[in-house]
Write a new protein. Structure first.
Length: 68
């Protein structure tokens, strides 16, 4: 999925959303997840590298601890 600032693999996005649905927010959508991931984060190159290499569970954990 291509966002305004960052890209993430479509399947990883689906997996992250499923994790959030089961652990914290049954109503979380892929669009909401993408919006959080795609925010104007500092150190853009490092953020994209992390998104490219991180497992869905790690990204979901980051979102849970940052947004919930």
């Amino acid at each position: 999925m291509v966002g305004k600032n960052f890209n993430i693999d479509d399947q990883v996005l689906v997996e992250i959303t499923e994790i959030l649905n089961s652990e914290v927010d049954p109503a979380a959508t892929e669009g909401e997840v993408l919006a959080f991931i795609d925010a104007d984060w500092p150190n853009a190159d490092e953020h994209q590298e992390w998104l490219d290499g991180a497992e869905a569970e790690e990204i979901a954990d980051w979102i849970i601890h940052s947004a919930y």
